[in-house]
Design a protein around this ligand. Structure first.
Ligand SMILES: *[C@@H]1O[C@H](CO)[C@@H](O)[C@H](O)[C@H]1NC(C)=O
Ligand SMILES: *[C@@H]1O[C@H](CO)[C@@H](O)[C@H](O)[C@H]1NC(C)=O
Ligand SMILES: *[C@@H]1O[C@H](CO)[C@@H](O)[C@H](O)[C@H]1NC(C)=O
Ligand SMILES: *[C@@H]1O[C@H](CO)[C@@H](O)[C@H](O)[C@H]1NC(C)=O
Length: 388
C-alpha cells in the first residue's frame, strides 16, 4: 500500500516536471521558431494546458442571426422533401459530392449505398443522399458534358430522375464552399428528416462498411445513446498558416493557436440530438471558415459536444485489404476504382466465418498486428485496433 502510494507520487512528480519542461521550452521558443513541430507543440499545449474552454472562439464567431442566414438561404435546385417519409429511419447518410463525380455516385449506389440492399439484407432503413452545389456556366464544362452536347445541370436533372437522391443548392460547388454544404446537410435534416436516429456525412471517395456500421448503430440506438459524435478525432490541431496550402486559414478568419477537437470530414456520425444542436449553432455562427470539418468542431464546441474516437473510422487513411480488417472496419478513405471489388470482398460471408471463434480471433490479432503496427505504415487504423 505504502509502496504503491509512493509510486503514484513519483509518477505525478515526473509528469509535473515534464509538463513544466515542455511549457518552458514552448515559452522560450514561442516566437523564434515556427516549423510545424513547434506549431503542433504550441497548439497541443494550448489545447491541453492553457485554455480548454474555447469560449472566446464561440464569442467572437457569433454573429447576428440575420447575417448568419446568408450561409443557409440558398435555394434548392434539386430536392426531395419526402425522401425520409418512412417512420423508422436509422441513419440519414449524406455523401458530399461534386456535380462531375457521377461515376463515384453510381459506384456508391450499387455498393455500400444501395438502400434496397440495406433494407433487405440488414433489415433497417438508411437514406443515402448526395449533397452538392451548383455549376456555373462560366466554368469549363467537363469532357463528358461537351461530348454529349447536354448541359451540366441537365445531366444532373436526368441523373436525379433515375435515382431521386440528389440534394442540390445554388451555391457554387467548390472546395472553399464546403462549409455551405455542411450547413445544407444539417438544415435539410432539421426540416425533412428530424426523426432519423443518426446523421452521417461522408466524402464520395469513402468506403463505408454498411453491415458493420448498421450493427454498431443498432447497438448504440438500443442503449438510447445521446450526445454522440464519432469518427477519427483531431485533437489540438493547429490552423495552417502557409499560404500555399489548400487548408490555409488567414489570421483574420481564425486567430487562435488550435482548433477545437473535430472529426475528420471523410466520414463521421452524430446522433440526432447532436444534429439538432449543431443546426442551432449554425444559426448564429460566422460560417466563413471554409474547412467544413473544423467548422463542425466550432459548432460542436459552441453547444458543448465533443467527439469520440473510433479506431475503425479512418481519416485520410486507406484500410489494408484483409479479411480481418473487413470484419471490423467502419470507413476507409480513398476508394474509387476498387470500390466494387472491396464491397464484394468485405461483405462476403466467408469473412465472418474465418474471423470468428477463438482460433479466428487469434489469427486476426496476429494479422492485424502485422498490418497496423508497422512503424512506417501511416495513414490507416491505429495499432491499438489490432487488440480489439
Ligand atoms: C441494389 O440491391 C438490390 C437488391 O440486392 C439489387 O436488386 C439492385 O440491382 C441493386 N441496385 C444497384 C443500383 O446496384
Ligand atoms: C461560394 O458560393 C457562392 C454562391 O454561389 C459564390 O458567390 C462564391 O464565389 C463561392 N465561393 C467560393 C470560394 O467558391
Ligand atoms: C465573418 O468572418 C469573415 C472572415 O473572418 C469576415 O470577413 C466577416 O466580416 C465576418 N462576418 C460577420 C458578419 O461578422
Ligand atoms: C456560445 O455562444 C452562444 C451565443 O452567444 C451561447 O448561447 C452559448 O452558450 C455559448 N457556448 C459556450 C460553450 O460558451
Amino acid at each position: 500500500m505504502f509502496v504503491n502510494f509512493r509510486r503514484i507520487r513519483k509518477c505525478q512528480l515526473v509528469q509535473l516536471m515534464t509538463t513544466c519542461l515542455v511549457l518552458s521550452v514552448v515559452m522560450i521558443c514561442w516566437e523564434q521558431l515556427d516549423n510545424s513541430v513547434v506549431s503542433h507543440v504550441k497548439s497541443y499545449s494550448y489545447r491541453y494546458l492553457l485554455v480548454n474552454q474555447f469560449t472566446c472562439i464561440n464569442k467572437s464567431l457569433t454573429i447576428p442571426r440575420e447575417q448568419a442566414r446568408s450561409f443557409s438561404s440558398f435555394h434548392y435546385l434539386l430536392n426531395h422533401p419526402g425522401k425520409c417519409a418512412d417512420r423508422d429511419v436509422l441513419l440519414l447518410l449524406f455523401v458530399k459530392t461534386s456535380p462531375e463525380n457521377i461515376e463515384r455516385r453510381n459506384a456508391i449506389r450499387s455498393t455500400w449505398g444501395n438502400e434496397t440492399y440495406i433494407r433487405h439484407a440488414l433489415g433497417v432503413t438508411v437514406k443515402v443522399l448526395f449533397a452538392l452545389g451548383s455549376v456555373q456556366t462560366k466554368r469549363e464544362e467537363p469532357a463528358w458534358s461537351k461530348r454529349s452536347g447536354v448541359g451540366f445541370q441537365e445531366r444532373l436533372v436526368r441523373e436525379d430522375r433515375l435515382h431521386s437522391d440528389l440534394i442540390q443548392q445554388d451555391f457554387l460547388d467548390s472546395f472553399h464552399n464546403l462549409t455551405l454544404k455542411l450547413i445544407l446537410q444539417f438544415h435539410w435534416m432539421h426540416k425533412h428528416c428530424a426523426h432519423a436516429r443518426f446523421l452521417m456525412t461522408a466524402d464520395d471517395d469513402v468506403f463505408v462498411h454498411m453491415p458493420n456500421l448498421v450493427g454498431y448503430l443498432q447497438e448504440l440506438s438500443s442503449r438510447g445513446v445521446a450526445d454522440f459524435w464519432v469518427g477519427r478525432v483531431h485533437r489540438g490541431a493547429p490552423p495552417i498558416r502557409d499560404r500555399s496550402s489548400k487548408y490555409y486559414v488567414p489570421l483574420e478568419m481564425y486567430r487562435w493557436l488550435s482548433y477545437p477537437d473535430y472529426t475528420a470530414g471523410a466520414g463521421y456520425v452524430v446522433s440526432s440530438d447532436v444534429a439538432h444542436k449543431i443546426y442551432h449553432a449554425t444559426l448564429t455562427l460566422n460560417a466563413s471558415l471554409y474547412i467544413d470539418d473544423v467548422f463542425m468542431g466550432i459548432c460542436a464546441n459552441a453547444v458543448g459536444v465533443s467527439p469520440q474516437e473510433h479506431v475503425y473510422f479512418s481519416g485520410e487513411g486507406k484500410a489494408p485489404y484483409h479479411q480481418c480488417i473487413y470484419s471490423q472496419m467502419m470507413t476507409s478513405h480513398g476508394h474509387v476504382e476498387d470500390i466494387h471489388d472491396l464491397w464484394r470482398a468485405a461483405t462476403h460471408p466467408r469473412v465472418k466465418q474465418h474471423t470468428s471463434g477463438p482460433l479466428g480471433r487469434l489469427y486476426c490479432t496476429a494479422a492485424k498486428l502485422a498490418l497496423l503496427c508497422k512503424p512506417y505504415y501511416f495513414n490507416t487504423y491505429p495499432c491499438k485496433a489490432a487488440f480489439l
